[in-house]
Design a protein around this ligand. Structure first.
Ligand code: GLN
Length: 467
């Protein structure tokens, strides 16, 4: 059975049960008044004018496409021509996008309506959405807790129904973890399945564009729209559409999990028990379960952060007040760069730029950066070996529940360590879904490259059997 908010709204729009302008107005006003702090910029003029066109078509008895008139949100790191793209930073507070990101353009092409640029950690740097000049995003289920990050605004908007779906960005977990923290679905597609053109680069070698939504079917529908080869992003590849109506014989699948992921000291006991219970349930249904040792669990966080910081230091080098951002004048050009950069980046972003430049500099790069690259290859190889024996890998999304707002602010290391379960799959470029069951912050279902269809079908099966 199809469980889709997009399809339901589509039917109601086509039948004239609701008007698109009313629908968009309702969402805009909810976003405008919301106390979760999810909104960086409302796209009200654009959204309402697009909605009027949809209503006109319906009035003329024309057929509308599935996505026509469906309101969606955009993490504020994507470009939409003529509209702000701030990356939640002082640097780009006044910046207007000169062109439109491919994924967003594809959604515009099928008639979906962008209504909001969403709060996020500045330049994607964070796991709590507290690193934002617009302030922290609050958790959809408890306002004292963080939303998770970096796509916190996007996950909360979907959870609260302020957007039907949102386009997040995931470099090391930023779609999956906030989706888990707010009990919605979030997919990090295979690296290259969706074009990154028009996404502000954080760590280019792991950056992925993906959907956050309330149902598995909606994740699949959006994925099918945004996927595909793009000549503007040479990492992209063409893929067949995901089809969730296909029958899969789950008893013939083998599901893997990592024993040493569960031996992590930071893993909450309840999380561990519920995860093991889920494996038992699967076993009782005749699904084969295989236990692995990952062996490199201890190096995951450092490998990821060395690479991510090195890449972000390079990517953000272009922000110096010349081409982008407000320039602060000083006596010399060099001083002007220094003062512009020190005043416009947040502390977390500066920490990463300093560390990134350090690991790339002469005398350190062999020891640190190149070592991380070697470890990354090893990690990728481990996953591909394991996928010779299993079809999918299950793991928790995060080791514990969302912290209170403010708790991790002065403890960046604690924040980095909380990414332990998501970053490995990012380093290997694998597709992985965070689904809101199995542990209090969800479960991660990971497959081999381009196996999104299997992942999503399996998620449906899992949801059925644990009811
Ligand atoms: N929390 C991770 C980091 O800060 C992942 C962020 C992301 O995926 N953008 O790097």
């Amino acid at each position: 059975m199809i469980d889709s908010v997009i399809l339901d709204l589509h039917k109601r729009l086509q039948l004239g049960e609701i008007s698109c302008v009313d629908l968009v107005e309702e969402k805009l006003s909810a976003l405008n008044q919301n106390h979760y702090n999810t909104t960086n910029f409302l796209l009200d003029d654009l959204a309402l004018s697009l909605a009027k066109n949809v209503d006109q078509k319906i009035k003329n008895k024309e057929k509308i496409g599935l996505f026509e008139g469906i309101p969606f949100g955009i993490k504020d790191v994507y470009l939409l021509q003529g509209y702000p793209a701030s990356a939640s930073s002082n640097f780009l507070k006044e910046y207007k996008s000169p062109y439109t990101a491919t994924a967003i353009q594809k959604l515009l092409n099928v008639g979906a309506i962008p209504i909001v640029k969403e709060n996020c950690d500045s330049f994607g740097h964070g796991s709590t959405n507290e690193n934002s000049i617009f302030g922290p995003v609050k958790n959809a289920n408890n306002m004292d807790l963080v939303s998770g990050g970096s796509s916190g605004g996007s996950a909360v908007n979907v959870a609260k129904g302020y957007t039907v779906f949102s386009i997040g960005g995931d470099t090391g977990g930023s779609i999956r973890q906030p989706a888990g923290f707010n009990q919605v679905y979030g997919l990090k597609p295979s690296y290259g399945r969706v074009s990154r053109y028009g996404l502000m680069a954080y760590a280019s070698s792991t950056d992925c564009v993906g959907p956050i939504a309330k149902s598995i079917d909606d994740i699949a529908l959006v994925l099918n729209v945004i996927s595909g080869k793009d000549f503007r992003d040479q990492t992209t590849f063409e893929t067949a559409e995901v089809d969730l109506s296909k029958k899969v014989d789950f008893q013939n699948l083998t599901i893997g999990y990592y024993k040493d992921f569960l031996e992590n000291d930071g893993l909450d006991n309840e999380f561990k028990n519920r995860f093991l219970k889920l494996l038992k349930t699967l076993e009782s249904k005749g699904v084969n379960i295989k236990e692995f040792d990952f062996k490199e669990v201890g190096t995951l966080v450092s490998t990821y952060y060395v690479i991510a910081m090195a890449e972000t230091a390079s990517n953000l080098a272009r922000l110096d007040g010349s081409n982008y951002g407000e320039r602060i004048e000083a006596n010399t050009l060099k001083e002007s760069y220094a003062i512009t950069r020190s005043q416009n980046f947040t502390s977390e972003t500066k920490r990463r730029i300093v560390a990134g430049n350090q690991v790339l500099s002469q005398g350190y790069s062999d020891e640190i950066y190149l070592k991380a690259v070697t470890l990354r290859n090893k990690i990728t190889q481990y996953f591909s070996n394991d996928f010779q024996e299993v079809d999918l890998i299950l793991s928790p999304v995060s080791p514990s529940s969302p912290p209170k707002i403010g708790k991790n602010l002065n403890d960046p290391l604690a924040m980095y360590l909380s990414d332990i379960y998501t970053i490995g799959f990012s380093l290997a470029g694998l597709p992985t879904l965070s689904a809101p069951f199995g542990t209090p912050t969800g479960i991660q279902i990971t497959g081999e490259k381009a196996k999104e269809e299997l992942i999503l079908n399996f998620a449906k099966y899992l949801k059925e059997i644990i009811k």
